[in-house]
Structures are given as structure tokens and as C-alpha cells.
Design a binder for this molecule. Structure first.
Ligand code: T46
Length: 141
């Protein structure tokens, strides 16, 4: 496990290879990731260079992983900004605090999967960057 410059965590997802038959990866809630899972979603059929995201979450915790292809994550905690390329099915990104995220698809049809700690709650999103900075400044004070 490695903590990134924006306070996210890069984790190794347990992965077992089968001779000539690929690999299987798995994780368990509360054991391998620090929360209960209430929702799974995945983003697929995205063209190369398309961008998504552009928001932060107030409370939601998530594990992101890319089982196929390559997606660039831009992460910003209000003080630090970094880019992380997700291209390994055996690696996950835990975002468990308010961090602004933008995603760019580096390869057509890459799949981004997310295990989330809560049901879909539109009120939990901050979709305006200035509002996000104000929210973080209140947190830093
Ligand atoms: C995140 C990044 C990594 C739902 O109705 N239920 C859901 O569970 C989700 C995730 C989305 N939606 C609806 C809300 C919008 O009408 O799907 C539409 C597209 O969602 P959004 O523009 O937020 O998608 P992304 O790819 O920008 O962001 C998503 C997640 O929403 C977000 O939580 O962290 O992936």
C-alpha cells in the first residue's frame, strides 16, 4: 500500500495467475478495503481521449480499478495535484476523502470499475471546482 500526494491509497489487489489461462483478482470489503460496499458501477465503451469526472465527493469512499485498458486519473486535494495511470488489473486506487478527480481514457474501451461505500447520492457530489476549494478550505481551517 502506498499513500499518494493527494492522500489517496494505491493498493495491490490479490491476484492469482493460471498457467496459460489469465489471472483472477479479488478483494473483500472491510478486509482488503477500508469500508463496506453498497454499490458497484463500471464505465465502459468510452472512446480514446474522452474525459469524464470533474467532481469530488464529500463522504463517499471508493475503490477504483481498471481490469481492462488504461485510464489516467487526475487527482487534486486542494493543495496537491497528481496524475495516476491505471492500467493494471491487480492495482486499485482508494479515494476515501474529498479529492477532485478527472479521468481521461488513454485507450478505447478501457473499463473503469468502482466499489463504493454508499448508494448513489447526488447531494454528496461537488461538481464545481471553486466550490470544492471553498469546501476544502473550511476543512483545512
Ligand atoms: C466517480 C467517478 C470515478 C447514477 O444514476 N448512479 C450511479 O451510481 C452513478 C455512478 C451515476 N449515475 C448517473 C448520474 C449521471 O446522470 O450517471 C450519470 C453519469 O454520472 P457522472 O457524470 O457522475 O459519471 P462520471 O464518470 O463523471 O463519474 C463517476 C461517478 O459518478 C463518480 O462518483 O467518482 O465515476
Amino acid at each position: 500500500m502506498r499513500t499518494t500526494n493527494t492522500g489517496c491509497k494505491i493498493i495491490n489487489i490479490a491476484t492469482i495467475a493460471a498457467d496459460g489461462a489469465g489471472q483472477i483478482s479479488f478483494f473483500e470489503a472491510n478486509i482488503d478495503i477500508p469500508f463496506e460496499i453498497k454499490r458497484i458501477y463500471y464505465i465502459s465503451r468510452v472512446p480514446k481521449d474522452a474525459k469524464r469526472g470533474g467532481h469530488a465527493h464529500k463522504e463517499l469512499k471508493q475503490l477504483l480499478f481498471c481490469p481492462y485498458g488504461s485510464v489516467k486519473m487526475l487527482l487534486d486535494d486542494g493543495k496537491n495535484r497528481e496524475e495516476i495511470i491505471m492500467d493494471d488489473p491487480a492495482v486499485g486506487l482508494v479515494i476515501d476523502k474529498p479529492v477532485w478527480r478527472e479521468m481521461r481514457w488513454l485507450e478505447k474501451n478501457s473499463v473503469l470499475c468502482v466499489a463504493a461505500s454508499d448508494y448513489y447520492t447526488p447531494e454528496d457530489y461537488i461538481r464545481d471546482y471553486d466550490e470544492f476549494i471553498e469546501y476544502k478550505n473550511m476543512e483545512f481551517e
